[in-house]
Design a protein around this ligand. Structure first.
Ligand SMILES: [Fe+2]
Length: 568
């Protein structure tokens, strides 16, 4: 039996599961080309069904999530959702009373689920599905943090774990703690939306002139450029306190916004970012530590947007009594379509154990790829085996080139993991700068991340031999002795956000092995195949268009080596 999970809010998307298999998962942004799309996920739903060869009428079980009042209003009046999206992404002029608008948002979104909203949301989603051709289906509502929890709990491979979720907010909560044990997932704690660490960091992002719900990672990166402060000197240290297993915000979101603004007025931006990051890390460390003590479970899994913060995750990883950990790779709301499907299926069948692969999206055959490449006369191409591609790519990287690498199924989640990647040598700062100027156009303080052969992880990173973080969800320090080879992928504080590569991606693995053969280390710089501010590419046509727009010279795409005559 198939279960379709859908999410129609921030970073909307769809996921399809069958039994204990995740068949397909993708987000709407890849289809509409609007980053973190908010529209009803028509394209992702259709793509999921097309991938499995199913008709709409064959789906009997659909799950969706989040029926709080603000989400329900958006379902009835999608105009509000669209306007907020355009404003948030700076596609609208700055409104006169921006600060008031920001504060008002939190008053509405903090309200939890009301029975009437649940009914209205259900009928709106049902109507949208019927208009797509769905007929005899049961529609299940999954609570927001339950959906987040299911993603981490059911894909970690651990039979017993403490499941922690923290985000901005959803369904009246900003966090939850559950236990997975004996095939049962049970909620133990909820954290009220008012006490949200996610909202705190979101407000810091907004006040720094960046886009909330999108640029929080930039705040984390910027913080590393500040003079260090002791925690005692941190002007934000009293904004939150941890009492046992609860987190308490000193101010409600409305007041907090003003208080943060007052602090920012006194500081350079990077120092404000530093204080916010340090405050977040301290609260998280204490909280997770207290949870482990209280529940006496040392294997902990995490989901929710707060755990996109790889620096905070790095400190959590170092907690002495934490044994094993897992951070669900699509930790933000983009992952809750899958979470809804997983939880709904668990309620029906009791299934709690899924093998997670990051490669869950669309793929394209050689014919489709060749036709996309052929359509442009300035592109030359030749067919190559995977072995030939790996050798050739390694040689080009060694000669100071960056290149596009497009293979197989699209990654699920925010990171490119070797199937829709742009790569260059990990030791060449010069190539990294060219890549940034011609292709990525990111802020100067954002670091690039490495892909590293699993076997080389211990010698390159401060790896302690516990588990593997395969999906760029965890911070590690690069070893001093390897700073020559990690020059272009180490942040100013010595940290990196690694993608650890094993046999789950044979083509990319082969490429890293070839790089290792010539340099001695299996490591490359890996950044997502997109233009800054746009989603990662999905189709070969997308890839060709970005290759042209960025004047990139070389691309390896599904068995073809493509050269752009107009490349630089
Ligand atoms: Fe969330």
């Amino acid at each position: 039996m198939y279960t379709l999970g859908i999410w129609d809010g921030h970073d909307s998307g769809a996921a399809l599961i069958e039994g204990s298999k995740i068949v397909y998962a993708a987000n709407e942004e890849r289809f509409t080309k609007r980053k973190l799309e908010v529209k009803f996920p028509v394209h992702s739903i259709n793509a999921a069904l097309a991938y499995a060869g199913l008709k709409h009428s064959e789906i009997e079980n659909v799950a969706f999530t989040t029926t709080e009042i603000s989400k329900t209003v958006e379902r009835v009046f999608p105009f509000f959702k669209e306007e907020y999206y355009l404003l948030r992404r700076r596609k609208r002029p700055r409104p006169r009373f921006e600060h008031v608008l920001h504060k008002r948002k939190y008053l509405v979104t903090q309200v939890g689920v009301l029975p009437l909203c649940n009914q209205i949301s259900k009928s709106q989603v049902s109507r949208s599905l019927r208009s797509m051709g769905f007929r005899n289906f049961s529609l299940n509502v999954v609570e927001h943090h339950t959906a987040h929890a299911a993603t981490a709990a059911f894909t970690s491979g651990l039979k017993k774990s403490l499941v922690v979720t923290l985000d901005g907010l959803g369904d009246g909560l900003c966090g939850s703690v559950s236990i997975l044990e004996n095939g049962k997932l049970e909620r133990r704690l909820g954290i009220a939306a008012r006490d949200s660490l996610g909202v705190f960091f979101e407000q810091v992002t907004t006040l720094l002139g960046m886009r909330e719900l999108e640029d929080e990672g930039k705040v984390m990166a910027m913080a590393c450029y500040s003079y260090p402060y002791s925690y005692e000197e941190n002007l934000l240290k009293d904004f939150f306190k941890v009492v046992g297993t609860s987190i308490r915000a000193r101010y409600g979101p409305w007041t907090q916004y003003d208080m943060l603004r007052n602090v920012l007025f006194r500081l350079p931006k990077e120092q404000f970012a530093y204080m916010a990051q340090q405050a977040l890390e301290n609260v998280l460390l204490k909280y997770v530590s207290n949870l482990i003590d209280r529940f006496s479970i040392t294997d902990v899994v995490f989901a929710g947007g707060v755990f996109a913060n790889i620096k905070a995750n790095m400190y959590i990883r170092k907690l002495e009594h934490l044994k094993r950990w897992y951070i669900f790779p699509h930790m933000g709301d983009g992952g809750i379509a899958l979470g809804s499907a997983l939880y709904s299926n668990y309620m029906k069948t009791g299934e709690t154990d899924y093998r997670f692969s990051a490669y869950l999206g669309n793929d394209y055959g050689e014919e489709e790829t060749e036709s996309a490449v052929k359509s442009d006369r300035s592109l030359q191409y030749q067919k190559q085996s995977l072995q030939e591609q790996a050798s050739h790519a390694a040689e080009l990287l060694g000669n100071g080139n960056y290149l596009m690498w497009f293979q197989g199924r699209m990654e699920y989640g925010p990171r490119a993991l070797g199937n829709r990647s742009i790569i260059s040598a990990s030791d060449s700062v010069d190539t990294r700068e060219r890549l940034n100027i011609y292709v990525k156009k990111r802020e100067w303080f954002q670091p690039f991340a490495p892909s590293i052969l699993e076997e080389d992880v211990p010698k390159i990173l401060d790896y302690d031999g516990k588990g593997l973080d395969k999906f760029m969800t965890m911070g590690y320090m690069t070893r001093e002795s390897k700073r020559d080879i990690t020059r272009a992928v180490t942040h100013v504080d010595g940290s990196a956000r690694p993608h650890m590569v094993g046999d789950e991606n044979p083509g990319y693995l082969e490429l890293l092995k070839k790089v290792k053969k010539s340099t001695g280390d299996g490591i490359v710089l890996n950044t997502s195949f997109n233009l800054h501010g746009f989603p990662i590419v999905m189709t070969p046509e997308d890839a060709v268009s970005i290759m042209k727009a960025t004047k990139t010279k070389h691309m390896f795409i599904n068995g073809l080596f493509v050269t752009n005559r107009g490349g630089v």
